[in-house]
Structures are given as C-alpha cells and as structure tokens.
Design a protein around this ligand. Structure first.
Ligand code: GLY
Length: 379
C-alpha cells in the first residue's frame, strides 16, 4: 500500500531539479550546524535546541532520512541513524510523550526500518505504536491527546489524524489487527466530531472520559472554538487521505476532499493561509507557511488517490502552493537555518510567530521528494 504512483514531474513546471539542488546545498550546511541539536523553531535564521520529548523531535531526522533516500549519500544516513535510539530514551525515563509519538517515530524508527531493515528501529516503531494504542478511550472512541491530569483526560485533538499512520503501519508489520481497530475507530470520531459540514475543522474536542459523551469544542491553537486553525485543517486533510489509503473506506476520502476544498478555497491570493482562516480582524495577521507545506504534501496524496478526472483539482493546488512557497517563502541562504520563512507555531500563546518551523521544513522537503518520485510513505 505504500507505493503510490509518483506525481508527474511536469506538474512543478520543470523546476524540480533546481529545487532539489538548492535543498541539498542548504540542508548540507544545516546538517553540520544542527549536529546534536533537536531543532524546532528558528526565529532569526538559527534553529533552537528544544526538549527531546517535544512533539517536533522527529522532523529533523526525517529530513535527514529523506535526503539519504534521495541522494544515497552516507553522510545523511550517519547523521540520521542514532535518532530513534535517542528518542527511545524518552520511554525509559519520566517524559511528556503523548499521542504525537506518530510524529516522532514515523520519520525516525519507521522510516529507518523501511530504508535499512534495521530490526531495532522496527522494535522501537512497534513499541511507540503500542503506547499510542494505549491512549485509546473505548467508550468515546478517541485517542487521548495530552498528559495533564484531570482536565485533558477527555481531550482529543485533530493533529492526531496524522499519528494514525503509526497504528496502520504496526497492524501491517505485526499482523495484529488491534492497531487497525483503534485507528479506524479514532478516524471515525475525527469525521463525526472534528470535521464540520463545510469542511472546516475543530482543533480540540472534549469528551467525558467516563461515558464517552461529546461535551463540545475548544479553540486550542485556533482563534476560537468556531474558527478554522489552518494547520489543524492541513493535518485533517492529509491524515484523512492516509486513512483512506490504508482502509479503502470512502468515508475518509470524502472527508479529506471536503477539508481540501475548504482549505483551497480559503487560501490567501499567494496560496498560503493565514494562521487561522476565520481570524478577525484579518489585517496584519501572520500567515502559516507550515500549514501550506503540510497541505501540499497531503494534496499530493489525495491527487494519487482520487479517480483521474478529479486529480487536477488537488494536483494543481499542490503545485501552486509549492511554487509560492519556493518563490516567496523559501530562504535559500546556506548560512541561515530554516527552509521556509513565515511559520506560525502557537498564535494564542504568542509563541513562534513568523519564524521557520522544523515541521514546515519537513513537509516541504517531503512534498518535493514525492514530486521527485521518492516512493516511501511514513505518514
Ligand atoms: N501538533 C501541534 C501543532 O501542530 O502545532
């Protein structure tokens, strides 16, 4: 199920080779500068060094593995190799790992296993999948998001849709369908409670953890409970396309398409969204380039999954977003960290606004790699 037909290279207007060369030049320099760091945000062209258990810690190693896959150069592999073992230490001591272990172990352990066959990486991926499945609340049919005692016990967030690929991979790899049962049930909850009829998406849904009853929505990283956080929309678009790829259930394809239609129609004229599609007032609000990059990579999946007559809607949208990111938002200066400028991390908490974000960089690199014919899929 992982080998999707590669996207037609002409869809990127013959620019792909140039982008590949620029990425290699820039990321090679970052590889030397970032050695030993766990990068998350680069406010002034210098990536920070964040906690290993933070949800973003898998993205830099994911970039390293993708670059190894694209180039075959051992230097990328050597730098990427220790990361899943490093991340595993978070399971062996007190840490704040939560439902985002998918973001952390898919582009590290699972991708390493796919590329190298390393059995320890496989074991770590399966261990992370068991941890994720263990967060499932069978009454409410949702995966619990965070770890704070009391109030967040019944919270689930839309970002989780992307973590489901870890469960589907584990079901295939181990032959144990329980992983798939959990993923299917949670994905059903996403469609039922998170995706609104117009294709916009809620960030946080609150359930009664004892009875499973739906209690309402919270704004989370969005402008408010009724708004439309653009990165959350991108997580749903991409995640639901993946669920369809794994299940063949058209409920998920239809939901992904609905979210995609909302996302595409609500973009700014330069094809990059504001951090929330429904923020008011709109003037002066920052964009989020990471939402654009995630959506572009998801739209490439969607284009490969729909019948040929529907493909141009999604393929053209992905192309337009990537061209805009490449021409308007990419920082090709090799002396600075960060591929994409203008990411917004957490607007309500006023954290990491108008910066480079490692997940924006990852999904931009992933999308370009897909266009170059890179056959692997971890999300
Ligand atoms: N998963 C958290 C975020 O997208 O910011």
């Amino acid at each position: 199920m992982n080998l999707l037909p590669s996207f037609p290279p002409h869809a990127f207007d013959g620019r792909l080779e140039d982008v590949r060369r620029r990425l290699e030049a820039k990321l090679s320099r970052m590889r030397i500068r970032l050695h030993g760091k766990t990068p998350h945000a680069a406010p002034d062209g210098v990536y920070d060094d964040t906690a290993l258990d933070w949800w973003t810690s898998g993205f830099w190693p994911g970039i390293l593995w993708i670059m190894y896959g694209l180039t075959g150069d051992q230097a990328w592999r050597d730098e990427a190799w220790p990361w899943d073992e490093r991340l595993e230490t978070c399971f062996l001591a007190e840490s704040d790992l939560h439902h985002d272990v998918g973001f952390q172990f898919l582009p590290t352990a699972v991708l390493k296993y796919k590329l190298t066959g390393d059995r320890d990486a496989r074991r770590r991926g399966l261990f992370a999948a068991q941890f994720l499945a263990g967060r499932f609340n069978p009454k409410g049919k949702f995966i619990r998001a965070w770890n704070e005692p009391d109030e967040s016990v019944g919270w689930s967030i839309v970002d989780s849709t992307m973590n489901l690929s870890l469960l589907y991979w584990a079901a295939e790899e181990s032959g144990d369908p329980r992983f798939r049962h959990v993923a299917d049930a949670h994905a059903g909850t996403i469609v039922e409670h998170f995706v609104r009829p117009d294709g916009s998406v809620r960030h946080i849904c609150v359930f009664d953890p004892a009875t499973g009853e739906w209690r309402g929505a919270l704004g989370g990283q969005g402008f408010g409970p009724d708004s439309a956080w653009s990165r959350g929309t991108a997580w749903a678009l991409y995640g639901l396309a993946n669920v369809y790829r794994y299940t063949g259930d058209t409920r998920f394809l239809d939901a992904s398409k609905r979210v995609a239609h909302f996302f595409i129609s609500a973009l700014e004229p330069d094809r990059v969204p504001l951090w929330d599609f429904r923020v008011v007032p709109r003037d002066g609000q920052p964009r989020d380039s990471s939402a654009a990059a995630i959506a572009a990579s998801g739209l490439i999946e969607l284009a490969a999954l729909v019948p040929p007559a529907e493909r141009p809607i999604y393929a053209n949208a992905a192309r337009d977003i990537l061209l805009s990111l490449t021409d308007r938002y990419a920082d090709w200066n090799p002396d600075r960290d960060g591929v994409l400028l203008a990411g917004t991390g957490h607007m309500p908490e006023k954290k990491n606004i108008n910066v480079s974000l490692i997940y924006g960089d990852y999904y931009y690199v992933e999308a370009v790699a897909k266009l170059l014919g890179w056959p692997h899929r971890v999300f």
